[in-house]
Design a protein around this ligand. Structure first.
Ligand SMILES: Nc1nc2c(ncn2[C@@H]2O[C@H](COP(=O)(O)OP(=O)(O)OP(=O)(O)O)[C@@H](O)[C@H]2O)c(=O)[nH]1
Ligand SMILES: C[C@H](OP(=O)(O)O)C(=O)O
Length: 289
């Protein structure tokens, strides 16, 4: 696990113009990580959420203010529950990643944060120390961090001017040709593989695991393989309840599955002591055994 401690933020007494804001955009989890197609949808959603939390935790450890752009009002309460003091900024319609990031950047600049870093939400290995080095190197009016493949982008940083994000597709080339400076390892002064390791597939996740995952994502991964902990089948007894099924685990725990059509066997994942059962149809059962 990435064990880096949260370091103090930038000096809160510094003039406002020198303070840094970060923006991250999140679409509803139900649409997230469609390229991680090797696992059932509920686990895919948990992965997307965990990676976003790890990315946000690292951003919040370094910058002065973090804005998350989303069309889901409930996100603010959910993030507060994780102890993350972030501002969720509503988007009037889901127009895509770049308009969402631009919306957040304009709001941060309106609030007086001259320096803005826009970040993708799937950097589960991102370390605060790497982000600090990147920010220190980003003295150009506009700069970007290319991803591990060199094709995509993980961050764009604006110093006072327009952020003009051009994420998605061959975004490193798009940022370069729009005049942004590529923050190479040479410019940063050291390799920052954690800041370049975005995760679109399970293979990417395995690479991120080797770099050290944040606490949320690491709880989903089998450290031996770096892949998502696989489902195993357990034996349970099934009883017909009044309005559905009752599942009885080997330890005698009874779980009511009202209204669920149990047409397939249970598949069960054990992160720690908690049992997660994904039923046919995608419904998730989560309980202590
Ligand atoms: N707020 C907001 N965020 C978006 C929107 N579109 C994409 N995002 C976010 O932008 C980031 C990259 O989005 P995508 O590449 O489309 O999706 P992904 O979940 O990374 O993966 P795939 O489904 O495999 O493409 C993710 O953090 C998304 O949540 C949008 O319209 N609004
Ligand atoms: C955001 C995008 O990343 P992807 O989701 O394609 O990895 C990019 O690299 O610009």
């Amino acid at each position: 696990m990435n064990s880096e401690q949260a370091a103090p933020r930038t000096d809160p007494t510094a003039p406002h113009r020198d303070r840094v804001g970060a923006v991250l955009a999140l679409k509803p989890l139900v649409f997230a990580k469609s390229r991680v197609d090797t696992v059932p949808a509920p686990l895919r959603r948990r992965l997307a959420w965990s990676m976003a939390l790890d990315t946000l935790a690292s951003l919040a450890a370094v910058v002065d203010h973090v804005v998350v752009v989303s069309d889901q009002p409930s996100l603010q309460t959910t993030l507060n529950r994780y102890g993350l003091q972030l501002q969720v900024l509503a988007e009037s319609r889901r127009a895509g990643l770049n308009p969402a990031l631009q919306h957040g950047a304009v709001e941060l600049q309106r609030q007086g944060y001259r320096r803005v870093v826009a970040c993708v939400g799937d950097l589960p290995a991102l370390r605060p120390s790497s982000l600090r080095l990147i920010l220190a190197a980003s003295t150009a009016p506009r700069s970007f961090v290319a991803d591990a493949s060199g094709i995509g982008t993980t961050m764009v940083i604006a110093n006072g001017g327009d952020l003009d994000p051009r994420f998605q597709g061959r975004s490193a080339a798009a940022h370069h040709s729009s005049g942004a400076l590529s923050l190479t390892d040479e410019l940063i002064g050291t390799p920052v593989p954690d800041a370049r390791r975005d995760v679109d597939t399970e293979v990417d996740l395995s690479a991120a695991c080797a770099l050290g995952l944040g606490r949320y994502s690491s709880s989903l991964v089998d450290p031996a393989t770096g892949l998502l902990a696989r489902y195993t089948t357990i034996t349970v007894a099934l009883d017909r309840g009044d309005d559905g099924w009752i599942v009885i685990s080997s330890s005698g725990h009874r779980m009511s599955m009202a209204g669920t059509a149990l047409t397939e066997s249970l598949r069960v994942l054990h992160p720690g002591q908690r049992l997660h059962a994904v039923l046919a149809g995608g419904q998730v059962l989560s309980a202590w055994l």
